[in-house]
Design a protein around this ligand. Structure first.
Ligand code: GTP
Length: 318
């Protein structure tokens, strides 16, 4: 349209359209290179507002310029969102009202019929209102969907019984910590922990008591580690401790702390005092090593701890 306008010798309109097109290209580059959506959408909105203000001011072909103004409301809401869209459209509408209704030489409003101006402004305000309603419900439903997807993601990574991270959650955490380990060169250790003779608890007191013991153990374990550490339920009565910034020697100290805590304070359920012990295997992850290799190694140590009489941690580092 800009090129056509230039060909028809309507230079101001032609240049305005070409400058507007160029600004959309700039916005596109800003968005793709910097991902600064606020800046990119502001460039498009400002360019569109300026072009439309010029069209209303100049009248366009046979005074039909104002007809294009109706696209401003949905486009503005779409690219800027409800809040910024409404602010931008309010300023834009005010300028259009000034151009159309304030008498004087500067505002070339004589070319529009009074009935046209009034109906134009009213219909434009209606389009703004409808676009705002649409954007409001769109944002609301998008937020709801985002919230749901976060909830489902959380559920997929959480063990229902203990509310600890499940195996998938543990894998995610190890991957994040492995990447950090590669950068910071800080050690990362894992403790694989299995409750001793858990089958007996289920057999003697019932499955529900077994569940309650797992829940209480999970709480106890969480209280024994630092905020940056993670305790996950690896499976049945197996827990995995993920300890960033911890050498295997320090992880052995954490394991000893767990043995001591369980020995000192029994698990109480429905008035019953249950003595719980655990066996553990400790391993330090190697840079570039896989999770499976580390877990297999910890499992081997755990097996040794079980075979050596339980209630202990392997390898013996303390
Ligand atoms: N209550 C309850 N029991 C579970 C759960 N998951 C696994 N178990 C039970 O945990 C028990 C594990 O038994 P085993 O693998 O034989 O091990 P253990 O009795 O702990 O003996 P050791 O590990 O050799 O010391 C089985 O009876 C499982 O049914 C659970 O979510 N709740």
């Amino acid at each position: 349209m800009g090129i056509l306008a230039l060909a028809n010798a309507t230079y101001t309109l032609g240049f305005s359209l070409l400058v507007a097109s160029f600004s959309y290209l700039v916005a596109f580059v800003v968005q793709t290179k910097t991902h600064n959506a606020i800046l990119a959408s502001s460039i498009i909105a400002c360019s569109l507002y300026s072009l439309m203000i010029y069209l209303v001011y100049a009248g366009g072909v046979a005074n039909t310029g104002p007809l294009w103004v109706f696209i401003v409301a949905p486009v503005s809401m779409f690219i800027q969102g409800l809040k910024r869209g409404l602010i931008g459209l309010s300023i834009f509408s005010l300028i259009i009202v000034l151009i159309m209704f304030v008498p004087g030489e500067f505002f070339s409003n004589e070319s529009y019929e009074p009935e046209f101006k009034l109906r134009f402004i009213l219909s434009f305000l209606t389009v703004i209102f409808l676009s705002a309603c649409y954007e409001y419900s769109r944002e609301k439903s998008q937020n709801h969907t985002l919230q749901l997807s976060k909830q489902y993601e959380q559920l997929a990574l959480t063990d229902q019984l203990t509310q600890l991270a499940n195996r998938r959650g543990a894998f995610n955490k190890i991957e994040i910590e492995q990447a950090r380990m590669a950068r910071s060169k800080e050690p990362l250790s894992l403790i694989l922990c299995d409750v001793d003779h858990f089958k007996k608890i289920n057999d003697d007191y019932g499955h529900l008591t077994g569940d309650a013991v797992l829940i209480k153990l999970a709480e106890r374990f969480k209280s024994l580690v630092r905020g940056q550490d993670m305790v996950a339920r690896w499976g049945g009565e197996e827990f995995l401790f993920i300890l960033p910034g911890t050498s295997v020697e320090n992880a052995a100290l954490v394991a000893q702390k767990i043995h001591d805590a369980l020995a000192q304070e029994k698990i109480v359920h429905q008035g019953r005092e249950l003595t719980i012990t655990v066996s553990m295997g400790v391993v330090e992850m190697q840079v570039g090593g896989t999770v499976d290799t580390a877990i297999n190694c910890a499992d081997k140590y755990l097996y040794q701890a079980k075979n050596s009489g339980r209630n202990q941690t392997f390898p013996k580092l303390l």
